[in-house]
Design a protein around this ligand. Structure first.
Ligand code: C2E
Ligand code: MG
Ligand code: MG
Length: 483
């Protein structure tokens, strides 16, 4: 066009030919398809771009990643980085200020990223509150980190959003993956960058993390362990060990704590720290607990059958916060225990202090249900959480277990002894009994006994042991004790 613009037209024509094959007449048409063509282009554009920010979307970003990998396959000196950027707590903006403000913030962040990166870098919006950058041709890992740092600074500057010009202080986490391996796939690069992003979130204090191969193997190990754990639930692979709790006055056996042990086919015996967190996050903790309750009950029934005249010693079971948050799960545990026909004073439930101190809604309902069914509740790890002593009267429990971290220092720390002494007195005034865990030597035992502590648990009295050994201990030293 004279103004330099392009205009689309479709030209069609046919020639009429004489007997000698020569054309003697032309007929044809010229149609204006400009708008139609623009609409088609728009369609293609829409398929590869994010409507809100007009940035490339995930699909187009993957295409660019594929292109960069192709370049690297022919030129090993071409190094690039993939950055994933997550806007933290974005849903709060939507919830508190409305979607229009949320949209505006996303556009602003998209602009900030685009203004910060270098020419030739690709910026995309790959999820609700997630952006990604392909930083092309960087010299080194440091360069990738430098770009991430610049981005963090640019995004975190206060933004004025909405009609009321609210000031927002966007917070971001950024994951960086460097291409080191020319046969990587676009998906695995994005996944590595995402893994780094999660690492940055987990570490709490750092906003930027770089992906390292070890993260990949850690993620893979967790995945495999999860699959193995699901399997173990089917094949009854989780066992309990019992650790004795004794009366400090005469060292007679008073109760046992059930501690989960997983006999892994390749890795040997795994301790709770290796698998309870996985069970909690992957929805398997209830199965672990059902199994623990069932095994504890089975042991007690066996002992009762063998020595019907001898009073049983209670076994305590650890409950995790995840379960307490869901009264239906707790209800199922209670039913499982009741089905065994054992009286409820045979079982106790240990709940960690931070949960009991801050009981709300469903957790409160769970604890009420346990107590109504006749089970005793014990505060586990007392002293590690936030509950000041003055809260003790409001915590619904029957027993308190002092955390091992206190007991370890008790012989050398006079102030600590005073605190423990007052806590014991207060607990007694409130009608609760006190247990100290992690007693490893005679000195600790004497101090705690003199402070009035009722019971003790720790290697001095016995490590967690197999149920058969625990049975022998009950026969030799136990009278049972139900308070
Ligand atoms: P916890 O309830 O505080 O359990 C006590 C932990 O301290 C046990 O570790 C025990 O072996 C250890 N311990 C006891 N006495 C001593 C001592 O004198 N010295 C030392 N160094 N350690 C001692 P374990 O078996 O590794 O259990 C760790 C945690 O895992 C438990 O802490 C409990 O919170 C959790 N847990 C164990 N079994 C289960 C379970 O079936 N379900 C749930 N939800 N959590 C469980
Ligand atoms: Mg415990
Ligand atoms: Mg404990």
């Amino acid at each position: 066009m004279p103004d330099g613009q392009t205009r689309w037209a479709l030209v069609r024509g046919v020639a009429l030919r004489g007997e000698n094959g020569r054309a003697y007449r032309m007929a044809g048409s010229i149609s204006d398809i400009h708008l139609q063509k623009l609409a088609e282009e728009q369609l293609v554009h829409d398929a590869f771009h994010d409507k809100l920010t007009s940035l490339p979307n995930r699909a187009l970003f993957m295409e660019h990643l594929g292109g960069a990998l192709g370049r690297r396959a022919t030129n090993r000196r071409f190094v690039f980085a993939v950055l994933t950027i997550n806007l933290e707590r974005f849903h709060l903006v939507n919830d508190s200020f409305g979607h229009a403000a949320g949209d505006e913030l996303l556009r602003e962040v998209g602009d900030r990223i685009s203004r910060t990166v270098r020419r030739g870098d690709i910026v995309a919006r790959i999820g609700g509150d997630q952006f990604a950058v392909l930083a092309n041709d960087i010299g080194s890992e440091e360069e990738g980190l430098r770009i991430a740092e610049l981005l963090r600074e640019a995004i975190s500057a206060p933004a004025r959003i909405g009609n009321d010009a609210h000031a927002f202080f966007p917070k971001v986490h950024i994951g960086v993956a460097l291409v080191e391996d020319h046969d990587s796939k676009p998906e695995s690069l994005l996944r590595d960058s995402d893994n780094a992003l999660h690492e940055a979130k987990r570490s709490g204090d750092s906003a930027v993390a770089v992906f390292h191969a070890s993260m990949h193997s850690k993620a893979l190990r967790t995945l495999k362990l999860e699959a193995d754990l699901r399997n173990a639930m089917l094949t009854r692979g989780i066992d309990i060990h019992l650790q004795p709790i004794v009366s400090l006055a005469d060292q007679r056996l008073s109760s046992f704590e059930a501690l989960a042990r997983w006999v892994h086919p390749e890795l040997g015996i795994l301790l709770p720290e290796d698998f309870i967190p996985i069970a909690e996050t992957r929805g398997l903790i209830q199965q672990v607990s059902l199994r623990t309750v069932q095994q504890a009950c089975k042991v007690l029934k066996k002992w009762r059958e063998a020595q019907p005249e001898r009073p049983l010693v209670p076994i305590s079971i650890n409950l995790s916060a995840v379960q307490l948050a869901n009264p239906a799960l707790v209800h199922a545990l209670i039913e499982r225990a009741q089905d065994t026909g054992l009286p409820p004073d045979c079982l106790r439930f240990e709940i960690t202090e931070s949960v009991l101190a801050d009981l709300t809604g469903s957790a409160q309902q769970s604890v009420d249900e346990l107590r109504n069914a006749g089970f005793q509740i014990m505060i586990d790890d007392f002293g590690t959480g936030y509950s000041a002593l003055s809260y003790l009267h409001s915590i619904p429990c029957d027993l308190i277990k002092f955390d091992g971290a206190f007991i370890r220092r008790i012989a050398d720390d006079e102030r600590l002894r005073t605190i423990v002494q007052h806590s014991i007195e207060l607990a007694h005034d409130l009608g609760m009994k006190v247990i100290a865990e992690w007693i490893e030597d005679e000195r600790q035992l004497v101090i705690l006994r003199d402070l009035g502590c009722d019971y003790g648990q720790g290697y001095l009295f016995g490590k967690p042991m197999q149920t058969g050994q625990a049975h022998e201990m009950w026969l030799a030293r136990g009278e049972g004790d139900r308070d």
